[in-house]
Design a binder for this molecule. Sequence first.
Ligand code: KG4
Length: 340
Amino acid sequence: PASPLILAIESSCDETAAAVVDGSGRLLADVVASQIDFHARFGGVVPEIASRKHIEAVCGVCDECLDVASAAAGRPVRWADLDAVAVTYAPGLVGALVVGVAFAKGAAWALDVPLIGVNHLEGHLYANKIGDDAFAPPAVVSLVSGGNTLLVHMRGWGDYATLGATIDDAVGEAFDKVAKALGLGYPGGPVISRMAAQGDPDAIPFPRAMLHSGDLRFSLSGLKTAVVTYVNQERAAGRALNVPDIAASFQQAVVDVQVAKARRALEETGAPTFCLGGGVAANPVLRAAYEDLCAQMGVRLVMPPLASCGDNAGMIALVALDRYRASRLMSLDADAQAHA
Ligand code: KG4
């Protein structure tokens, strides 16, 4: 049909998510069930738990998604009304991906509709459309999450080149590990940014790794070690930790490097637009720093709404609509893949 209804499923990490998009690109529903509480006590995502929780959640999340879509559409959106089923097939925790992929295959087969496989990272690029309908490439995109840190040159829809990536930890991972060292729990990003708001970003001179590397690569593990070493030294000396200052100084070290590399990427590519994706893109200090950078450089800044920075199926549905139109489908034989 000219105006298809597509259900998209996302299960690459610790969110079970489903969304429905219509032919105009409107998201009729965008439902996320987070498992974070089940992982928090372990200080990070436990892959085996993630898989099991996806299995428990996926039917309910899809049913709820269809209910929400029905309410938004003002008419029933039932399984039988779907024209395609889409799913994230890579990259991510393979045992988690498998749940969404198997479920989507079963649904597509039972409904006799096409199956569409979507790359999770491409989903994060498309999430910028959720905040701004007019968003279009060319653009430089910074993808910063718990598993990824990279700069992408988005030359067109479906035409991407990686400009540089982390050589060790991801930015979100660094937030999570620093939070763990400070005893702040998991996930680290939100709590560190809340603490940092009360602290002095210039209090402790943590390293800005790769700032002068002359390329667009990142390294986060040295910064994480520097924070852990500092914390251990302060504790050994019997001094009370100033957690807000540590959080603010760590966060500023991250932001300074992110902004410097973004500037370089924009200069190298001449792209007129800069945009973001991934859980760390919700960080308020990072967002404010990009506002300043883009204002200075005369570059258009597009940021996903806070709720669409982290993992969601809305962004997967938007990619799926383009795939559907281009008849780029996935075979029922295809498998989940840990790497893109
Ligand atoms: O994209 P996402 O939901 O999925 C994964 O890649 O797992 O990103 C989650 C990551 C976590 O590492 C979390 O600590 C980080 O995003 N994060 C933040 C903030 N909110 C979430 N990092 C910095 N500042 C935030 N406000």
